[in-house]
Design a protein around this ligand. Structure first.
Ligand SMILES: [Mg+2]
Length: 172
């Protein structure tokens, strides 16, 4: 993969509920690694966004394997994982480091070609997964608030226009 493409998502959505079981089936995706802050919840809240439980249920019913991979705060990770009844991977090194993604793949138990990462930040969620050959789906952040360090990532996203999907075709 070209260096520039590593920073761009394969697909882009406004919110997670737009990622339907039908779409995932067409793409050959059987498992999702889910970011937490500003993807499943607003950054400043512990409770999941209104349409998220229903979306998660639909994915589970479709047989999708799911795991949360988060750089966030422990207590919140536990609360959300329990509320959605999902396995949780706490990255020993934060995304975009590979170790958390590799642990998440282990939990999902599928070849990485059948797994996609869903998250709101290009420089952590998307870059980290792209480098490992995991397909990537970018969503708009649920809140404008975030960890202070994320401001740097947001500035880079704007500067290099990284939030635009690259339109890569899935592997045959
Ligand atoms: Mg996030």
């Amino acid at each position: 993969m070209g260096a520039a493409l590593q920073f761009r998502p394969d697909h882009k959505f406004s919110r997670v509920s737009e990622i339907t079981p039908d779409f995932l089936a067409r793409e050959g995706i059987r498992g999702l690694i889910l970011d937490l802050d500003n993807t499943l919840t607003r950054w400043e809240e512990d409770k999941v966004a209104p349409t998220v439980p229903e979306w998660i249920d639909a994915l589970k019913q479709a047989g999708m394997r799911l795991v949360i991979l988060s750089n966030g705060l422990r207590e919140k990770q536990d609360t959300v994982a329990r509320a959605l009844d999902l396995p949780l991977v706490r990255a020993p090194m934060p995304k975009p480091f590979a170790v958390g993604f590799l642990k998440a793949l282990e939990v999902i138990g599928l070849p990485r070609e059948e797994v996609a990462m869903v998250g709101d930040i290009v420089m952590t969620d998307i870059w980290g997964a792209n480098r490992l050959g995991i397909r990537t789906m970018l969503v708009e952040p649920l809140s404008t608030r975030d960890f202070p360090g994320t401001k740097v990532w947001r500035a880079l996203e704007v500067l290099f226009n990284l939030r635009r999907p690259c339109g890569r075709k899935p592997a045959p």
